[in-house]
Design a protein around this ligand. Structure first.
Ligand code: 5GP
Length: 143
């Protein structure tokens, strides 16, 4: 059986404002912020505000809303980072590659011919994250 949702996971703490993040988007049902170990510049995580561990327990409407936000971010990352394409990833349970147990959708801007870095390879510099968050937030406002 799947473990219960843990309200002390790191993204729940970010949602409650107990930990900082480089936020690029927020509405009443979801937030999006940059991944601290990006697999490509502008790598963003879309996180629904509801308490959901992953795809198996999330309310379908909240999942659909998160997908809509991921689409907005994907479109804006073309303008913000000159992305030629975007990779969407979403992992469920350890066996599925999930590490943080609050549902999230990865939006990874891609350039032609440039491979993604391996997962969790290195922590990005805060100033780079801040600059990229600003670029993406500005592109989202213009969208
Ligand atoms: P997943 O659960 O999708 O396999 O991986 C979790 C993702 O969250 C990883 O890409 C990792 O780099 C990212 N991550 C882990 N801890 C933090 C954090 O404290 N802040 C942010 N912004 N991202 C995190």
């Amino acid at each position: 059986m799947m473990p219960a949702y843990d309200p002390n996971n790191i993204f729940a703490k970010i949602l409650r404002g107990e930990l900082p993040c480089h936020k690029v988007y927020e509405d009443d049902r979801a937030i999006a912020f940059l991944d601290i170990m990006p697999r490509a510049p502008g790598h963003t995580l879309v996180v629904p505000k509801c308490a959901a561990r992953n795809l198996f327990d999330v309310d379908p409407d909240e999942l659909a809303h998160a997908a809509k936000v991921a689409q907005k971010i994907a479109k804006a990352s073309k303008a913000a980072f000159g992305a030629d394409g975007v990779t969407i990833q979403q992992f469920n349970e350890s066996a599925g590659g999930q590490v943080v147990f609050h549902l999230h959708i990865h939006v990874i801007p891609r350039k032609e011919g440039v491979a993604m870095k391996p997962p969790a390879s290195e922590k990005e510099k805060p100033e780079t994250l801040a600059a990229n968050a600003q670029l993406l937030a500005a592109a989202l406002k213009g969208a």
